[in-house]
Design a protein around this ligand. Structure first.
Ligand code: X2W
Length: 282
């Protein structure tokens, strides 16, 4: 194979201004179940995260795992039902959600990061009271809405050079309660509490599309509100743009909605002029 090593060196050189800009920056990455793909895609994602840490950023991974929860519920003969994009969660379901997210999915991501030479620690919203929730909506059962965030544990992990990997399961005001939190909601709340520089929402669509189907590369919160009122932003995109607006209101500098199945999606966004997906910022 005739690889162009000069091009490789040039790519690295061109990344310098971006590395300088993001040195010390906190970047929260939401890794959705639909973006996880196979073992190779997981390894590629983990490698990007380890690289971010290596160049002095503080990456935080908040993951989903909806498809994996569905598979386990199906095996157990428990029906999955969603209302407005959120899983109706009774006691039996919340136990499965906690097992699958904090066990299977969380440890898979932690392992993938360590396989690429990074240090990762997995936790859920229950650890050190990171996310404390109230019930979101009586119709949804044990679905939580974050009401109190305690992010000191994340700062302690940053200081130790460790990448936190967070499962969106939380405790309630009654510590015996367990809440299922939508992954985007959890990522937004963590990014807000950290006043993160970037929140990257990795999903399985290329970004926010306009009426012609083109991805809009940059939008203001006002653009988002207008496109939502006009029905251009609709369906599954709404929870993501709502998360973005809330996070920006809480002090996050920019939120990017991008396709996590694209190889090196995070690096493309952070370290190239090209960027990826749709950047929402004031
Ligand atoms: C989600 C949590 C996992 C998640 C669920 O039970 O599926 C609620 O709906 P993705 O892969 O990011 O969709 N929680 C309340 O968000 O996973």
């Amino acid at each position: 194979m005739n690889r162009d090593w000069h091009a490789t060196a040039r790519t690295l050189s061109e990344a310098l201004p971006y590395m300088q800009r993001y040195s010390g920056a906190t970047v929260v990455v939401k890794f959705g179940g639909n973006a996880m793909g196979d073992v190779r895609e997981m390894a590629s994602f983990a490698r990007d995260i380890v690289l971010m840490r290596q160049v002095g950023m503080n990456p935080v991974v908040v993951h989903g795992g909806g498809p994996m929860i569905n598979q386990t519920l199906e095996k157990l003969g428990i029906e999955s039902r969603f209302v407005r994009g959120k899983r109706v969660t009774d006691q039996a379901t919340v136990e499965v959600v906690e097992m699958v997210l904090t066990g299977l999915v969380n440890k898979r991501i932690v392992q993938a990061i360590m396989d690429e030479g990074g240090r990762a620690v997995g936790l859920s919203g229950k650890d050190d009271d990171l996310i404390v929730c109230a019930a979101d909506d009586p119709e949804l059962g044990y679905v939580g809405r974050p009401i109190e965030m305690n992010v000191q544990v994340l700062r302690d992990l940053f200081a130790a050079g460790i990448i936190p990997v967070i499962a969106p399961v939380a405790t309630g005001m009654d510590p015996n309660e367990t809440f299922n939190v939508n992954g985007d909601t959890a990522a937004g709340a963590i990014a807000g509490a950290l006043a993160a520089d970037r929140l990257l929402l990795l999903t399985d669509v290329p970004g926010v599309k306009d009426t012609t189907g083109e991805v809009v590369t940059q939008l203001s919160p006002d653009d988002v509100r207008k496109m939502t009122a006009e029905g251009v932003i609709a369906g599954g995109m709404i929870p993501k743009t709502e998360t973005a607006l809330k996070a920006i209101g809480e002090g996050v500098r920019g939120v990017v909605i991008l396709d996590g199945r694209v190889p090196n999606a995070c690096l493309l966004e952070l370290f190239t002029e090209h960027g990826a997906g749709s950047l929402i910022r004031s």
